[in-house]
Design a protein around this ligand. Structure first.
Ligand code: ATP
Length: 234
């Protein structure tokens, strides 16, 4: 089976996320996409997130209509608590959820024919070289990256960790090429999705919710209703 893993804060999940997952599902014949909200994301600790349970509940609502979309508890607080119990520790160690750890944990349940694709937006991919054990992550899975207008194939190649980055002579002609198609390098395979034309941003949604504005353009109706009912982002 081809399995997609889509991680993020999902605070809240919105139409941009769903468009990325759907495009990956269709173009790369994925059988399943796991939506994995991070309990403690490594890169976004500067602002308080909604509690995990609310972000997970919204994912459950947003994925309910699509059989292949699965809300995942791989990075739930209970995972850390379970691991601590197994190790005989008194308290769980709530360290950031590194994608490499999640990927390795998930792959332990894989069969030989299973293949993993990591789904990432271009803005997140631009920082990929700073991710924990980035080179190892490229060895463990192929990437599906959702491009954004203004990004070239060279931007994608130059975002790679140094050891995987092609020589500047090689990427020079890529500067004029739109970031689409497949980039297959020694140690990294990156599939590029064309711009999804979904400008939704979680930051803008939180601001709109705080101002009491309608959210229907950005989020699934059930997610919008949940935000309203629970009085989130006020
Ligand atoms: P925030 O505004 O809080 O930073 P975000 O949606 O960018 O929100 P995440 O929930 O962590 O943050 O995003 C999860 C993944 O979805 C990331 O890989 C991100 O690049 C991607 N993504 C976010 N918005 C879009 C969009 N409109 N179109 C395509 N991909 C997106």
């Amino acid at each position: 089976m081809n399995i997609g893993l889509f991680g993020g804060t999902f605070d809240p999940v919105h139409r941009g996320h769903m468009a990325l997952a759907r495009a990956a599902l269709e173009q790369y014949k994925l059988h399943r996409v796991l939506f994995v909200p991070a309990n403690i994301p490594p890169h976004k600790q500067q602002r308080p997130l909604l509690p995990f349970v609310h972000r997970f509940a919204m994912l459950v609502l947003a994925t309910a209509e699509e059989k292949a979309f699965v809300p995942s508890l791989l990075e739930a607080p209970e995972e850390a608590a379970g691991a601590a119990r197994k190790a005989g520790q008194e308290k769980p160690n709530y360290t950031p959820n590194y994608t490499i750890d999640t990927v390795r944990r998930l792959k332990r349940s894989f069969k030989a024919a299973d293949k993993l694709f990591l789904l990432v937006g271009m803005d997140a991919f631009a920082d990929i070289a700073k991710w924990h054990q980035a080179e190892a992550l490229f060895r463990e899975c192929e990437f599906v990256v959702a491009s954004r207008p203004g990004y070239s194939l060279a931007d994608v190649a130059n975002a790679l960790p140094e050891s995987l980055r092609p020589h500047p002579e090689v990427t020079r002609p890529f500067h004029k090429q739109k970031a689409t198609g497949d980039l297959v390098l020694k140690g990294a395979t990156i599939h590029l999705l064309e711009d999804l034309h979904q400008p939704a941003s979680a930051t803008a949604i939180r601001e709109a919710a705080a101002a009491g504005k309608a959210l229907g353009r950005f989020v699934d109706a059930a997610v919008g209703e949940y935000i309203k009912k629970m009085g989130l982002y006020k």
